[in-house]
Design a protein around this ligand. Sequence first.
Ligand SMILES: [Zn+2]
Length: 114
Amino acid sequence: MRLSYYCSSCKKENYIKTNAPDRYTFLQEYGNYDFKEKCKHCGNVTKKPINRLYAEPNRIILIGGVILGIVATLFLLQFGFISLITLTIPIGIWVNQNNKTSIFNKSRVKESSL
Ligand SMILES: [Zn+2]
């Protein structure tokens, strides 16, 4: 999963990668209530509370899921199977990614929880 934020200077989107399932874990990992990172586009340092960072689904995982679903379907077709089960692979991955991001985005942290 990655977290996105907009640079306070050039307004372009920046990302930071994390494996944290929610903001609380991210706060422990990051070690600072205020998120402070240098913009990849203009070098300006953007500072904002972790509560203002938003998770978004990992597109690579989503695309990987679709490819996996297609490959699995073609594989089964060789044996004369038409299986709906393989179509559920990308849907399952999509639902899973969406759940993960919504859990993260719903969580809130306080400065005192660090
Ligand atoms: Zn910038």
